[in-house]
Design a protein around this ligand. Structure first.
Ligand code: 13P
Ligand code: SF4
Length: 310
């Protein structure tokens, strides 16, 4: 799409959002033209907080399905729209509520900590939710002698064990995009003294990155990558996460240079949301995301704990 076509659609989307009383929320991995029309762009934690706090009547959620579900659980009185119902998440699909119930039955008394990348049904079986932005603080808020089931991301779980010094029981799920960022993708950067390496904890290379221990390697959520790049005196950053984040990084810190460690790190689910689909969603009031009240009531406490823990 060329620039005039994008700005015409931006105008249309903004007018519809105003008419409909909708706030537009977009994840850091959304395509640039969707990020640019949103009222708020952020990571999973920031978006959940924004969804809980907004006084708009509706939320147009430019992200993936579990994120829209989380918003619907936090704000049951609001209409939550997702522009494409097929925008799922391979990580959220890696565990079902039934599998979690079986796992819990094998470990009676264990506390369940679920990454926010899970379905509402899985959250309903969960004690604490967390995101990459506060996972460490959530684990540290749980008494040390308490057995913990952590799900569904293997690499995030291994990173948490390392930074908290706690032993966790970890589900063997993974995000195909982040797991695909391998140690070989970052090895070549180890000897680049002028660059900082920012790595998302879901990455298949996160353990390798921690093993560098060189002070220039940082394991961060997407939002913390932005904060870090803005406040760092360094000028060059290598980014190990989904490539959509580069638009926001470049926008927030235009004087710095950002390079992806892997150009292949593209989440096809995040890219399903387009400006046209967002326009149609606001115009035709689709697709409304709802969570059955009983499931929502059971999931809400775990999500509210996540939103409260910094
Ligand atoms: P954060 O934005 O919370 O870092 O999560 C990344 C992600 O993969 C979301 O699906
Ligand atoms: Fe899910 Fe991975 Fe896409 Fe994030 S990047 S939405 S974890 S599939």
């Amino acid at each position: 799409m060329n620039a005039p076509a994008i700005s015409a659609l931006h105008e249309e989307v903004r007018a519809l959002a105003q008419e409909r009383g909708a706030v537009i929320l977009a994840h850091n991995y959304q395509v640039p033209e969707v990020q640019d029309v949103a009222d708020f762009v952020g990571d999973s934690l920031g978006l959940s907080r924004e969804a809980a706090a907004t006084d708009a009547a509706a939320i147009a959620f430019c992200g993936v399905h579990f994120m829209a579900e989380t918003a619907a659980i936090l704000s049951p009185e609001k209409t939550v729209l997702i522009p494409d119902l097929d925008a799922g998440c391979s990580l959220a699909a890696s565990i079902t509520a039934e599998q979690l119930r079986d796992w819990k039955a094998q470990h009676p008394g264990a506390v369940v900590v679920s990454y926010v990348n899970t379905t509402a049904e899985v959250k309903a079986e969960t004690d604490y939710c967390c995101t990459s932005g506060n996972a460490r603080a959530v684990i540290e808020a749980i008494p040390e002698d308490q057995e913990i089931l952590f799900l569904p991301d293997l690499f995030l779980g291994l990173w948490l064990e390392r930074v908290t010094g706690r032993k966790l029981r970890i589900w063997m799920g993974e995000c195909h995009v982040h797991a695909g960022i391998r140690p070989a993708d970052i090895e070549r950067w180890e000897n680049e003294p002028d660059a900082e390496l920012l790595v998302h904890p879901e990455c298949g290379c996160a353990s390798q990155a921690m093993a560098f221990g060189n002070g220039r390697t940082h394991i961060l959520s997407t939002e913390k990558m932005i904060d870090f790049a803005k406040s760092s005196p360094k000028e060059r950053f290598l980014i190990a996460t989904e490539v959509g984040i580069l638009h926001r990084l470049q926008k927030e810190a235009p004087e710095k240079r950002f390079e992806p460690v892997s150009e292949r790190a593209i989440c096809r689910y995040m890219k399903m949301i387009t400006l046209e689909k967002l326009r149609d969603s606001l115009r035709d009031w689709k697709h409304v995301v709802t969570v059955p009240p009983e499931t929502a009531a059971r999931a809400r406490q775990a999500i509210e704990r996540m939103v409260a823990i910094a």
